[in-house]
Ligand binder design. Structure first.
Ligand code: ATP
Length: 355
């Protein structure tokens, strides 16, 4: 297994910058998700790590060795596209063992490796079955088996669950994470789905227009978003923003919203003239009759264990996730309270967190 380090990695297609000077390190055995919307440069980053695309500049290190100009085949990496791609005329055993044939391995060794892999994936009972008759989950496991049987240094996966329906996807997310816990293979996983990234990854790189906006654990990215973009991309519903023009000096511990003082984390810089946004996650809002910060209920969405209530305030519509045991009337006035320890503050111009 291996560490992967990228240093100032950049890719230009003609005049278009697909990946802007990117830097990160994935430690041996870690699972990294490259997360962002379509076209943000995830696949290009992955293809450069795989050796399928040459960087315009920057370096790629595998286990400390500079592999930037090594061919893909010399990198000992398994690249997994959609997991369904199997050879329909071969049985499960042959599908899994296929990558080993070209390595000149003995038949006995191939047999041993295929059986070990099948046991790991709990598909050893179907080794002699034809893949064409297999159910979706088993097909996915066979395809995974084919990727892991070579025991590569790391796995690169590009939206491997992309074509699956929602229910099955959830099952496979769980299985992929379980498999990772068992084999601890360094993995880079491309997805545009925040739930997949949050559920599986040890680290997430959130990308936007070729730039890594934040690199961190799922918890860091969710609770301390570095930018408004990250705060908005992660979480459903996403973080609420209440914009205001600042009169804030260094040391300030509250802001005035609609003439109401709201406590915030301490500010460590002068932000006197800046346009700022106070960020609050829906689950950090409470309804309190005594709060002077008021709004009118605009709609609600019942979700079983809780509900999301939209409230029209003079700072815009805010969504709160609250217990489901109370019914709200449209137009009803409610008081809002925020958990000050959980608030974020952003500079609207740069989009960056300032507190
Ligand atoms: P998706 O999920 O849609 O694949 P992505 O985040 O993986 O999105 P990339 O495939 O890395 O994005 O593409 C990033 C940008 O680079 C896109 O605007 C894409 O059109 C462009 N791009 C990718 N490959 C090439 C290429 N070979 N030539 C020109 N432009 C390219």
């Amino acid at each position: 297994m291996a560490d992967i380090r990228i240093e100032n990695l950049r890719k230009q297609f003609g005049g278009f910058v697909a990946v802007e000077d990117s830097n990160f390190t994935i430690h041996d055995g870690e699972f990294l998700a490259l997360l962002g919307p379509s076209g943000c440069g995830k696949t290009t980053t992955l293809r450069m790590i795989a050796g399928l695309e040459l960087p315009t500049s920057g370096k790629i290190y595998l286990d400390g060795e500079d592999v930037t100009f090594n061919r893909a085949s010399a990198r000992d990496i398994a690249f997994v596209f959609q997991l369904f791609a199997l050879y329909p005329h071969m049985n499960v055993r042959k599908n899994i063992g296929f990558p080993l044939l070209s390595q000149g391995m003995s038949k006995a060794e191939i047999r041993k490796r295929v059986e070990e892999t099948a046991r790991l994936l709990q598909i050893d009972h179907i080794l002699n079955r034809s893949v064409s008759g297999l159910a979706g989950g088993d097909r996915q496991r066979v395809a995974l088996g084919r990727a892991i049987v070579r025991r590569p240094k790391c796995f690169l996966m590009d939206e491997p669950l992309g074509t699956l329906d929602a229910e099955f996807r959830e099952v496979m997310v769980h299985e992929l994470r379980e498999l990772h816990n068992r084999i601890h293979a360094t993995t880079v996983y491309v997805t545009h789905d925040q739930h997949e990234a949050m559920a599986m990854a040890d680290k997430i790189a959130v990308m936007n227009h070729g730039v890594i906006e934040q690199f961190g654990t799922p918890q860091e990215i969710y609770s301390k978003p570095a930018t408004m973009y990250v705060a908005d991309f992660i979480g459903s519903p996403p973080m609420n923003f209440m914009r205001f023009t600042s009169g804030l000096q260094s040391g300030a511990r509250s802001v005035s919203l609609d003439g109401v003082d709201v406590s915030i984390p301490e500010v460590h810089q002068d932000l006197a003239e800046a346009e700022l946004a106070l960020g609050v996650r829906p689950e950090h809002i409470r309804f309190s009759d005594s709060s002077p910060l008021r709004g009118a209920v605009y709609g609600s969405e019942y979700l079983g264990t809780n509900q999301v209530v939209a409230i029209e305030t003079s700072s815009g519509v805010i969504k709160a996730r609250v217990p489901a045991n109370r019914n709200f009337r449209i137009g009803e006035t409610v008081g809002l309270e925020f958990n000050p320890a959980k608030l974020a503050l952003f500079d609207c111009k740069s989009g960056r967190a300032v507190a």
